[in-house]
Write a protein that binds this ligand. Structure first.
Ligand code: ADP
Ligand code: MG
Length: 233
């Protein structure tokens, strides 16, 4: 066999057609992309062009109506619903614009949640969640409520939760969209460091050209079609 591990993400001609009550919507028409562990790709493009639809398919939250997707070497079209769930929980981390932290659990328990869902032995939860929080510079806020954190700290906690299982794929939908410039910079640097350490393939959907410029490559979504290269805004 030829050398090198399989790309973390290999998407070929993905499409997503949605049957809405008012007719058919082609939310995604044609998206191909390959991202290896250790690399980052930015996706830019106007609102409504299909970026979140693509990210949801890459994260196994949605199913394409055409095309193929291999994740971490697995052909996802061949998986049962149960196998998809397992692969999602093992191989994929998400970071959303709006953090999605559970307000009544402390930071440590928020970050441990994916371990709990994955039935990782309970004795590992605390040390692994704590290590992830130290990686993002929140080792001193383990027992804080997310409601007492700043926006930047919340997003760093969300990054810790996304990486606690060491995912092959890290999918970020406008991760800096709700942050001030300095906090956004910190979160982005963290995500890209993680990619460069070789631990994950990172895909970042962003409106911010400065964010896109920091990624290894930029792709532009336009009316459901993903093309190589960036564009102004
Ligand atoms: N569940 C849905 N039902 C109907 N239309 C949808 C649905 N999801 C997305 N769309 C449409 O598909 C297109 C792409 O949406 P989306 O992927 O959210 O774009 P973006 O993230 O780039 O703003 C939009 O026109 C949106 O209205
Ligand atoms: Mg979107």
């Amino acid at each position: 066999m030829s050398g090198g591990p399989a790309p973390a993400i290999e998407a070929e001609h993905l499409a997503r057609r949605i049957d809405a009550p008012w007719g058919t919507v082609d939310a995604l028409r044609d998206a191909s992309l390959t991202v290896h562990r250790g690399r980052s790709a930015a996706i830019v493009g106007p609102s409504g062009s299909g970026k979140s639809t693509l990210l949801n398919i890459l994260g196994l939250l949605d199913t394409p109506t055409a095309g193929s997707l291999r994740l971490d070497g697995h052909e996802t079209g061949a998986l049962t619903e149960r196998e998809r769930g397992r692969l999602r929980s093992e191989a994929i981390g998400f970071v959303f614009q709006s953090f999605h932290l559970v307000p009544h659990k402390d930071v440590l328990n928020n970050v441990a949640l994916p371990l709990k869902y994955a039935r990782v032995p309970a004795a590992e939860h605390r040390p692994r969640a704590q290590a992830a929080l130290e990686t993002v510079g929140l080792g001193h806020r383990l027992h804080s409520s997310p409601t007492t954190l700043s926006g930047g700290e919340r997003q760093r906690a969300a990054v810790a939760r996304a990486l606690v299982r060491d995912p092959a794929v890290l999918l970020c939908d406008e991760p800096t969209g709700n942050l001030d410039a300095a906090s956004g910079e910190l979160v982005l640097a963290l995500l890209l460091d993680l990619a460069r350490q070789g631990s994950a393939a990172v895909v970042v959907v962003t409106h911010d050209p400065a964010v896109a410029a920091r990624c290894d490559e930029t792709l532009t979504m336009s009316d459901g079609v993903l093309a190589a290269g960036g564009s102004a805004t």
